[in-house]
Design a protein around this ligand. Structure first.
Ligand code: AMP
Length: 223
C-alpha cells in the first residue's frame, strides 16, 4: 500500500452508465477515496440543514445544483482531497465547474491524471436506471437483474432495505439524460480535446466485469 503511486481520476458517464458502481469497485480494490458530489448533496438533504432544504427539490427533479453550492460542499471536504488516491464521481458536471476543479488542484496540490468517460447509449442507460436500487444508509448501489444483492431488497453491507432513488422515478429519468447531454456533454468534450493524453473512453455497454477490467487496464491498475 505504501509504495503505490498517487492517482487522481475523474469519472464521467450518463446517469445509468454504471459509473458509480465501477467507481465503488475501483475504490475498494485500489484504495481510492471517493468524492461523490451527488452523495454529498444527498447527505445534506438527509441532514435537513440550510443547504439541504435549498437543494432538495432540484435533486428530486433531476436538475443540477448551482455551481457555487457544489463548490461549498467540496470545500467542506478538503481533508479528503488530500488523500493520495482520489476518484471524483459526478464532478465536474458543468463548464462552470471546470475552473472549480482547477482551483482545488492548486489549493490541495494534486493533478488529475485521467479523465475517464464510461460510454453508453441513452437507451441502455435508461434501461439500467429503471432497475437500480440503493441503500439509503450506506449509499451502495445495486441492480435488480444485473447486480442484485444476496437477499432481495436488502443491502449486503448493512442489511438496510433498499429503495429506488427519488431521481430514478420514471418521469425524472428523461430529464436527467437530457441534463447530462446538454450540461455535462460539453465538459467531457472539453477534456477530450484539451487533454487528449489524459482522456480515456471506455465502452460501458459490455458486462459490468468486462467494463471494470477495461477500466483497470486503461488506468494501469490491472494485476
Ligand atoms: P448523482 O448521484 O451523481 O447522479 O447526483 C445526483 C444529483 O445530485 C444530480 O442529479 C444533481 O441534482 C446533483 N449533483 C451531483 N453532482 C453535481 C454537480 N457536480 N453539480 C451539480 N449538481 C450535482
Amino acid at each position: 500500500m505504501e509504495n503505490r503511486p498517487p492517482l487522481h481520476i475523474v469519472i464521467f458517464g450518463r446517469p445509468g452508465s454504471g459509473k458509480s458502481s465501477l467507481a465503488e469497485r475501483l475504490g475498494e480494490a485500489h484504495g481510492f477515496a471517493m468524492i461523490r458530489t451527488g452523495e454529498l448533496l444527498r447527505e445534506a438533504v438527509r441532514r435537513g440543514d440550510a443547504l439541504g432544504t435549498q437543494i432538495e427539490e432540484l435533486l428530486a427533479a433531476g436538475r443540477l445544483v448551482p455551481d457555487d453550492l457544489v463548490g461549498e460542499v467540496l470545500a467542506w471536504n478538503l481533508s479528503v482531497l488530500r488523500r493520495d488516491r482520489l476518484l471524483f464521481d459526478g464532478f465536474p458536471r458543468t463548464i462552470g465547474q471546470i475552473p472549480l476543479l482547477r482551483r482545488l488542484e492548486e489549493l490541495v496540490d494534486f493533478r488529475v491524471d485521467y479523465y475517464v468517460e464510461i460510454a453508453v447509449s441513452a437507451a441502455e442507460a435508461v434501461a439500467r436506471m429503471e432497475g437500480r436500487r440503493v441503500c439509503p444508509s450506506c449509499g451502495a448501489t445495486y441492480h435488480v437483474r444485473k447486480n442484485p444483492p444476496a437477499a432481495e431488497g436488502i443491502c449486503d453491507k448493512d442489511g438496510t432495505a433498499l429503495v429506488r432513488r427519488a431521481d430514478d422515478a420514471p418521469d425524472v429519468l428523461g430529464v436527467r439524460q437530457q441534463v447530462y447531454e446538454t450540461q455535462t456533454g460539453p465538459v467531457v468534450e472539453y477534456y477530450r480535446t484539451a487533454l487528449p493524453d489524459r482522456f480515456l473512453r471506455i465502452d460501458g455497454e459490455q458486462s459490468f466485469e468486462a467494463v471494470s477490467a477495461d477500466l483497470e487496464r486503461a488506468l494501469g491498475l490491472a494485476s
